[in-house]
Design a protein around this ligand. Structure first.
Ligand SMILES: Cc1cc2nc3c(=O)[nH]c(=O)nc-3n(C[C@H](O)[C@H](O)[C@H](O)COP(=O)(O)OP(=O)(O)OC[C@H]3O[C@@H](n4cnc5c(N)ncnc54)[C@H](O)[C@@H]3O)c2cc1C
Length: 310
């Protein structure tokens, strides 16, 4: 390919000045906890805000889809992959600082949530025990408002800095964002860059006790040794969880190809080794049909679909 024939996107990505690592036709199965997903036209790990904003600007100008990929722990990517640019937040987004005077973390969006949870534990800070064992990045956690049944990350956010092509850089108080059950009010094209999280000093035995109890519950009730996206569906209103509804429909253990509704937890669909996204998707639709038939309840997926037509 000569520079004369390169598209503006290709020209940007091969430019020596571009601060990022670029992989063409990168299988997204390498970047999702499901280990499922066809290739992205480009997978780009950007090192700085200027590289991120330039990349997004070029994509928008030329009608190329883009998405921000965290750890891919809440995604089902289609077998055909993603025809746009999958962007991962690299170097400048992967560090954090602890403000001991103010009891807060300032953390980049590309930092693993687990790193912050462990650092808080090391420093006897309470407030994040609910997140122990939740994979993913800080950016993905804020977008999804990750949490347990009773606690979520949004309640810990003091401030958040985002970038969007329309509004540029914005810093807002955490209280200016609406945090819902596995959702937040960030605009669809708004990228979380960093945030401040509040914590408080506490007895280390109290913190350890809560973390160990949460981990033990997970190990007992979730198929943690198999690739998955965590809970596939949000819990509906009412007394019965999505997992209980799926179990009562007798669907645990149902298999299509390499995808299986976990025998351990009905709300997990696992990849037994060679599952296709289409097989996971078929199980999702089967569950929705059966639960609707038997209970009149429409289960809403928590997992995000990438690269599917609808
Ligand atoms: C074994 C297992 C257990 C889990 N347990 C829990 C749990 O207890 N509680 C819970 O809430 N979730 C849980 N999850 C789901 C998942 O880990 C969370 O939703 C997590 O917060 C997703 O983070 P991520 O970085 O992997 O995001 P991804 O899956 O990569 O992306 C999710 C969404 O966030 C967007 N996004 C990612 N980064 C940014 C950013 N910087 N700015 C804007 N948008 C962004 C993506 O575009 C996408 O729309 C679990 C998953 C697994 C596999």
């Amino acid at each position: 390919m000569t520079a004369r024939h390169a598209s503006p996107l290709q020209s940007l990505l091969v430019d020596n000045q571009f601060d990022g690592d670029v992989y063409a036709n990168e299988p997204l199965s390498r970047h999702t906890t499901y280990r499922i997903g066809g290739p992205a036209r480009f997978y780009v790990r950007v090192g700085s805000i200027s590289a991120l904003s330039k990349l997004v600007e070029v994509c928008n100008e030329h009608g190329i889809d883009w998405l921000i990929l965290g750890r891919g722990s809440n995604l089902l990517v289609s077998d055909q992959g993603f025809s746009g640019v999958a962007i991962s937040l690299g170097r400048d987004f992967r560090s954090y600082k602890v403000d001991e005077e103010q009891n807060r973390f300032l953390t980049g969006a590309g930092v693993a949530l687990s790193a912050i949870v462990q650092e808080a534990f090391r420093r006897n800070y309470a407030g994040l025990e609910f997140a122990v064992g939740t994979p993913g990045t800080i950016g993905g956690a804020l977008r999804m408002n990750a949490g347990s049944r009773n606690e979520w990350i949004g309640s810990r956010v003091l401030s958040v800095t985002t970038f969007s092509p329309r509004e540029g850089l914005r810093r807002r108080a955490g209280s200016d964002i609406q945090w819902g059950y596995r959702c937040s009010s960030f605009a669809p094209d708004e990228i979380v860059l960093e945030c401040e999280l509040s914590v408080e000093q506490a007895d280390p035995f109290y913190i350890r006790g809560k973390m160990e109890a949460n981990l033990a519950r997970r190990k007992q009730t979730q198929p943690l040794n198999e690739p998955s996206c965590g809970s596939v569906f949000k819990n509906p209103e009412g007394d019965l969880s999505a997992g209980a509804l799926i179990e009562r429909c007798g669907l645990k253990g149902t298999r299509i190809g390499g995808a299986e509704i976990s025998t351990v937890h009905g709300n997990f669909i696992i990849n037994t080794g060679d599952a296709l996204a289409s097989e996971v998707r078929q199980l999702i639709e089967l569950i929705q049909t059966k639960v609707k038939e038997q209970y009149g309840i429409e289960l809403t997926p928590e997992v995000q679909f990438i690269g599917f037509d609808a």
